[in-house]
Design a binder for this molecule. Structure first.
Ligand code: BG6
Length: 504
């Protein structure tokens, strides 16, 4: 466990490969701006953007500003940006180019002097995955990774996708860990930086009320939904290869599942938490071919309307094949084969171009024996606990109560904790938290290799079951702006259940 105390001064140069890319301008620079505005960025800190566009330092900074101001909106603080940008420089080189790395080494040595960064570097690979291996190779070959006493530390941050299946993920991992240690390898899953996702453990392990009933004796089913209104946007090349399976299930959704399903860790130390998360992945029930057909729904969006705007079908999007069989929606029924969860279905769904943007975990409790009230009132609504991850952040509990007054009726009522209403501050963006954690060397909220390994094992069995023919025949469609295909509802209807609405 490498949790560092607040008192230890952090010093580092952050080198962003993919400096002119989308992730840098939409997420990383806004996160750095917000940290600067809050006074949370260390004094001994600077940023180098590396990209292939021909830009001066000033040109690079200027290119970041429009997206920064859109991303942070009214929270833009020009003074913070002015102080941050004077510590941002740019280097143009091709990731294959040896000379480029030599120049980078000289630059970093100068920056160590200027900002007293002591040789500490964070290499952030915000690039397409085909560049990961070449960049780490060249960093090492050019003396940019030393990890020896007296030379500071060097860490690498790797964006997803970490491989496209187990074999490629293994190869990539071997390459990276031959150069960086596991402790200095940060496989980022930005969902783990979201406030309410960190709150799942607190909710479960700091409240006797919830922990006591968090098992198959009391829980009927769990629904995890991550729905989006956006389409494929400008990422056709990547998304055609990934689909919802690799884009969302392999990482974000399986991470939500592990946090919801894990046993209490022996402590909050990084490895103790990760050990418990891995056990959930190991206990995932295998999907046999028969179960695949029954329990996995894959679909692609067709034309439709999102907030009164007509939107194109996936196959009509720029860069997408008109005969594409890529899934933009996935719904699954999963089982965790351990004592806590035996018999409790976990229903998971995710998709693009759906009715609303929302990420929620819904815990539906078992009904009490319907003896006392059923005759007069009919079946009562089950109790449900909803963990709202975004856009609203909070938790609400829905339970049955007597209607007030003379009316003898019973109706569901809500106890609502709205985090973004009650704590009047804006929750930090996921990348703010995660960037600070990398600087501190705390990898609790990053995925350990075996988590990645087991999640690929699980996802591979689904991908392999979809050969070219099955890919076409297993695909259904849904109109954009709906909640997905009818088959996703049937998945639950078959078990006499429904998806709980996540709107409102
Ligand atoms: C990314 C996926 O990891 O997560 C995107 O590649 C998806 O396709 C995004 O849109 C969703 O993230 P968030 O934070 O907007 O829920």
């Amino acid at each position: 466990m490498r949790r560092l105390t607040q008192q230890q001064p952090i010093r580092a140069v952050l080198v962003i490969f993919g400096g002119t890319g989308d992730l840098t301008s939409r997420k990383l620079i806004p996160a750095l701006h917000n940290l600067k505005a809050k006074g949370a960025l260390p004094e001994h800190f600077a940023v180098v953007g590396v990209g292939r566009r021909d830009l001066s330092d000033e040109g690079f900074r200027e290119s970041l500003y429009p997206t920064l101001s859109r991303a942070v909106g009214e929270n833009l603080r020009d003074d913070a940006w002015a102080r941050l940008k004077e510590r941002i420089v740019y280097r143009r080189f091709d990731f294959q180019d040896e000379q480029g790395y030599k120049g980078l080494r000289e630059l970093l040595e100068q920056m160590d002097e200027a900002y007293q960064t002591g040789g500490n570097r964070i290499y952030y690979l915000a690039v397409a995955p085909e560049h990961f291996e070449v960049i780490v190779d060249k960093l090492q070959a050019n003396g940019l990774v030393r990890n020896r006493d007296g030379w500071g530390w060097q860490r690498v941050v790797i964006e997803k996708p970490f491989g496209r299946d187990l074999t490629s993920a293994r190869r990539l991992n071997q390459k990276i860990t031959a150069i960086f240690t596991e402790a200095n390898t940060f496989r980022i899953d930005h969902y783990l930086g979201k406030e309410m996702i960190q709150n799942i453990m607190v909710l479960r392990f700091a409240n006797p009320l919830f922990e006591a009933v968090w098992n198959n004796k009391h829980i009927d089913n769990i629904q995890i939904s991550a729905t989006e209104t956006v389409g494929v946007e400008t990422r056709a090349g990547y998304y055609e290869q990934a689909g919802a399976l690799r884009d969302m299930l392999q990482n974000h959704l399986l991470q939500l599942l592990t946090l919801t399903g894990m046993e209490p860790p022996v402590s909050l130390a990084t490895e103790a938490v990760r050990d418990e998360k891995v056990k959930v992945l190991r206990a995932l029930r295998a999907l046999t071919p028969e179960r695949m057909a029954a329990d996995v729904v894959r679909a692609q969006y067709d034309r439709g309307r999102i907030e009164d705007r007509r939107v194109a079908a996936y196959r009509e999007e720029k860069g997408i094949s008109p005969t594409s069989t890529t899934d933009t929606f996935l719904a699954l029924k999963l089982g965790i084969d351990n004592f806590r969860w035996a018999g409790v279905p976990f229903y998971i769904r995710t998709g693009k171009r759906l009715r609303a943007k929302s990420t929620d975990i819904i815990i539906q409790f078992k009904n009490l024996p319907q003896i006392l009230y059923a005759k007069e009132h009919g079946a009562l609504q089950p109790d449900i606990l909803i963990i709202r991850i975004q856009p609203k952040e909070g938790v609400y509990f829905q339970f049955n109560a007597k209607k007030p007054g003379m009316d003898p009726g019973i109706s569901p009522v809500k106890m609502d904790f709205c985090q973004n209403c009650d704590f009047e501050s804006n929750s930090p963006e996921a990348y703010e938290k995660l960037l600070l954690d990398v600087m501190r060397g705390d990898s609790t909220l990053f995925t350990r290799w075996d988590e990645v390994e087991y999640s690929w094992k699980f996802v591979d069995q689904i991908a392999q079951a979809w050969g070219e023919e099955e890919k076409a025949s297993s695909l259904t469609t849904y109109a954009a702006g709906t909640w997905g295909p009818a088959a996703a509802n049937e998945l639950l209807a078959r078990d006499e259940r429904d998806w709980w609405s996540v709107e409102g």
